[in-house]
Every structure is written in C-alpha cells, then in structure tokens.
Write a protein that binds this ligand. Structure first.
Ligand code: G4P
Length: 524
C-alpha cells in the first residue's frame, strides 16, 4: 500500500498557468487538455465558458465584462503522468482567489506573449509564486506572430524577474516564417502537433532545421543558435526546483507548436507533490494517512442544483470515497461520500485521490476555505492566505424584515471567500470587504439572484483594515478597549482594526509598538 501511494504520488504534477490577460492562457489550457486526451476538440474550454454563462444568472457580470470569474480544476493524463491543472481567474479584481489557488500547486507555467514580454500581471503573479518558491516553466507564446528577438525576450525575463533562464528549445523563424522549434541539447526539431517525436538532425544548418526557413533567414538562425549555445546557461534542475531558474520553451498555442514539449517538461522536470508544512510538523506526501486542505469554495457549479463544492488539495495518503475524515477546525467527523474529480467536460465520481490531486467535496456549508481534513490527527495546514480588503462597504438592506436572511447569506459568502465579513464591536451593521471592485458587483448580483435580497452598498467611514495581534494578550486587550469604535471581528472572531485611512493606521502603529497590524492572515 505504501508503495502504491509512493507510485501514485510520483506520477502527479499539479500546476497553474500564470499570464497577463490575452497572452494565451485559455488557448494553451485548451491545447494541453486536447493533447492529454481530456477533450476531443479544441474550442471546448471557451465553449464551456459560454454554456455556463447562459445557464447561470449571477454570471451575467462575467458575460457583460467578458472576464472569467470562475476557477476550475482540470485533470488529464499524458505519458506516465497525471496532471492537475488549476485554472485561475484572469481579472485582477479576483486576485485573492488566484493567490489561494497558487497555494495548492507545486509548479506553474508562465505564458508570455512573444511580442509583449513581461506584462504587469505576469510580474505580480510571478512574485506570488516566488514567495512560495514555486518552480516556473516559461512558455513564450504567439511565435507565429511578429515577435521580439529571442535573446531580448530571455534578457527581459532575467532582468525583470531576477530569474535565470535556460532555453531548452529555440524558435525556427518567427511570424510568417515560424516553422517549429529546435531542441538545443538534443539537436532535434519539432514542427507542431503533426510530429509526436522530435526529428533528430545533425545540427542547426540541417535541411530539416535552417532548411525550413527562407534563404535570407537561414544564416541568422544558425548564428543565433551558436550564440545561444555559448551564451545561455545550461538547464540546472536543482536551480529550477529552488525557483532560481526557468526552462524556456517557444511556441504557438494556437497552432499547436511547442505544447507537447511543454507537457513533457512538466512531466520530466516538474516537481511531484511537495511535502506540506502543518502547524506542528511537516507532512510527507507519501505518508499513508490522508491529509488535505480546502483552498477554494465554489457555489453554483451546477445552477440547477444550488450545490456548494469545496476544492480540496490532498497532501498525503489516499482520499477514498466513503471515508470518514476529521474536520480539524471543529473536531467533528465528516463523511466524504461523493468526492469528485473535475475533468474538462464533466464531473465524475472519484474512488481515490492522492497527494497533489484536487477533489471537489459537495457540502452544505460545513467546509470553509483553509480547513484541514485528516484521518484523525489534529494538525492544521497554514498558508492559504487571506488578504486585507482594500474596499470596505456597509450593506444597506431595503427590507428590514430580511435582516436575518442577509446575515446568513453574507456569512455563507464569506465562507466561500467571495467577500470578507466584519462585525463591528460596537454593534453597528456588518461591514463587507473585498480586494477588487468587481467582487462587490458579484456579491450584489448573487444576493439578488440567489437570496432575493435587494441590497445597496454604502461607503463605510473606514478604508483600511488590518488584523491585529500582540505577544501579550493584555496589550491586545488594552488596544481593543481604547479603540472600541474601530474594532471588528472577522469570521473566525479574530479582531481587526479599521482605520479611516493609511495615515491613521500609521499613527496608531507608531503609538502602539506592541501591536502587530497584519495585511495578510493565513486561514486557520
Ligand atoms: P487569455 O486566456 O490569456 O486571455 O488568452 P486567450 O487564450 O483567450 O488568447 C487571446 C487571443 O490570442 C485570442 O485571440 C487567441 O486566439 C490568440 N492567441 C492565443 N495563442 C496564440 C498564438 O499562439 N498565436 C496567435 N497568433 N494567436 C494566439 P482573440 O482574437 O482575442 O480570440 P478568439 O476570438 O480567437 O478566440
């Protein structure tokens, strides 16, 4: 059994794609699934988005603004590996959702538009990956269009991200003349989906390499390749795993170039599920007992059923259908009667899942983001982050009779991570907080459609929110007592300090040295 688990764990690769909008994340996702046999025809990922949009009312917002609000999980196999691809919302207003998802992956693919290079959102997401030491494989996309010089692209990655690059393939031509990629170490050419294997060649000047280019580009290609061999760093697997180096692949997701190389790279170099730090010890992925944590909750996966799915990343052992797990936060047992895998097209019932797998657990509000499930051990995984909201609003309800319903609805949505909910100590109405303005729109729409609660949001007198902590509880108590009108409690009953603006926060921080004002809180 231990051997089975070790084998299953070694096969798994759990990753996300990070990219600036429009770089080609959706197209690449589609092609990865296509190559992995998870979908029959390209176009399914977008088609699926459209279907959900027409079926679900609250997602009107998504349709209107042309953004993807939903995060999904897709599992596919290729070669000997099982891949779990965790999709993240493209819009930055849902950044906290993306960051939480990144807490559940072992590696990431960074997609760069070959003409645009490193764009702001790529940089931001890269920084989150770096904080977590997530190894990154780079895919330079859209080589079939006008692209920057290959050396320039590599230089930009090195400079803007302070990350060493190791090109594994080199583009043969670009734009109209883009004809495939040359594998530097193997001296082999791959032209696109048509070639499952790379064709070995004697060198870049071969007919099957430079010969693919028009006469006037051949010399340049051969010279570039020689220079690349001399000037570029060789790939160092350890440096990659430590997050210091990225292997770089070139291609065109749209035209199926470079995609197979990328999947193979994830299989060959991508790390298997990592050991996971818990509060009292490190949990090894190959341990026999099941442990897992919830990194996302999603309501309305299927609008016909009003269900709520907790996305759970397995950290060790075997999560089996029908098993009894312990929900560590409450200490209560929970029966995992219908865990689900998410394939691209449908949900199917999973019988067992191993470290690295992401499983959907349907529930009616038992599970929260950050929850740990085990086979009995009382450990808590840390590291699913909660970000201090940047927008704070009071909820104004038209119909006072519905106050209780509103409270319940807000509570549920806070547990799903749609908003954060703060109850002021002085008994005034609840304050909701979000990281991006669009989240307020989603909240409003969902309160109206799902709960028939017409609400408005009004400015709160606060604009900054920080969790407060102190080593000595007496210090915290003193601070809370002398700021009662500015203190609220979050969903876990942890205190936050609400400030009118940054200036007043800094002022208090100067005066109260014993208090730590925290912009990020790990879910417990
Ligand atoms: P995103 O999820 O990162 O936002 O990007 P997406 O895949 O939706 O791609 C953005 C646009 O870039 C799409 O065009 C897509 O077809 C195009 N694209 C993606 N990869 C490549 C590539 O390798 N080469 C070329 N030439 N184009 C690529 P669109 O016109 O905005 O959308 P669509 O109407 O074609 O779907």
């Amino acid at each position: 059994m231990a051997e089975d688990i070790a084998k299953a764990v070694a096969r798994r690769r759990t990753f996300a794609i990070i990219a600036h909008p429009d770089a080609g994340k959706t197209t690449l996702t589609e092609k990865l699934l296509l190559f992995g046999g998870a979908i029959q025809l390209a176009g399914e990922v977008k088609a699926k988005k459209d279907r959900i949009q027409t079926r679900s009312d609250w997602m009107k917002i998504e349709r209107e603004r042309g953004i993807s609000v939903v995060t999904s999980v897709m599992t596919f196999e290729y070669g000997d590996n099982v891949f779990n691809l965790l999709d993240t919302p493209g819009h930055e207003d849902f950044a906290d959702d993306t960051y939480r998802t990144l807490s559940a992956v072992d590696s990431a693919v960074m997609v760069i538009d070959a003409a645009k290079g490193i764009e702001p959102r790529t940089l931001k997401l890269f920084e989150v990956c770096r904080l977590r030491d997530i190894p990154i494989i780079t895919f330079v996309n859209k080589m079939d269009r006008e692209a920057r010089n290959t050396f320039e692209i590599l230089d930009e990655i090195e400079e803007k991200l302070a990350l060493d690059t190791a090109p594994i393939t080199w583009p043969i031509g670009q734009g109209k003349t883009f004809a495939g990629t040359y594998h530097l170490a193997q001296n082999a050419v791959r032209r696109g989906d048509a070639e499952a294997e790379r064709t070995p060649v004697h060198g870049p000047d071969s007919n099957r390499a430079a010969g693919l280019l028009p006469d006037n580009e051949r010399e340049n290609f051969i010279e570039e390749l020689e220079l690349a061999r001399e000037a570029c760093r060789p790939f160092d697997h350890d440096a990659f795993l430590e997050g210091h180096m990225t292997p770089v692949y070139f291609g065109s997701a749209l035209r199926n170039y470079g995609v197979r190389d990328l999947i193979e790279a994830l299989g060959a170099y991508g790390p298997p599920p990592r050991d996971q730090e818990a509060d009292t010890r490190k949990v090894e992925a190959t341990e026999e007992k099941m442990t897992s944590f919830v990194f996302k909750i999603q309501a309305n996966m299927d609008p016909n059923h009003r269900d709520r799915i907790a996305f759970v990343r397995v950290c060790s052992g075997e999560l089996k259908r029908g098993m009894k797990a312990k929900l560590v936060r409450t200490g209560k047992p929970m029966s995992l009667s219908a865990p689900q895998f998410f394939f691209a097209r449908s949900r199917i019932t999973a019988d067992e899942a191993y470290a690295g797998d992401v499983v959907g657990i349907p529930n009616h509000g038992t599970l929260r983001i950050g929850d740990t499930l085990t086979e009995g051990e009382a450990i808590l995984f840390r590291g699913v982050p909660n970000f201090a909201p940047e927008i704070l609003r009071r909820v104004r309800l038209g119909d006072a009779m519905k106050a209780k319903k509103l409270k319940e609805a807000l509570h549920q949505m806070a547990e799903e991570g749609v908003v954060q909910l703060f109850s002021p100590e002085d008994g005034s109405p609840a304050i909701v907080g979000v990281v991006g303005a669009l989240q307020i729109d989603v909240l409003k729409e969902r309160l109206s459609v799902e709960y028939t609660l017409p609400v408005d949001f009004e400015m709160a007198r606060f604009s900054v929110c920080r969790w407060i902590e102190a080593d000595d509880p007496a210090d915290l108590q003193r601070f809370v007592e002398s700021h009662r009108g500015d203190i609220a409690r979050d969903l876990d009953n942890d205190p936050v300090f609400l400030a009118q603006h940054e200036f007043s926060l800094n002022y208090e921080a100067e005066r109260w040295k014993a208090i730590r004002f925290k912009a990020v809180k790990d879910y417990q």
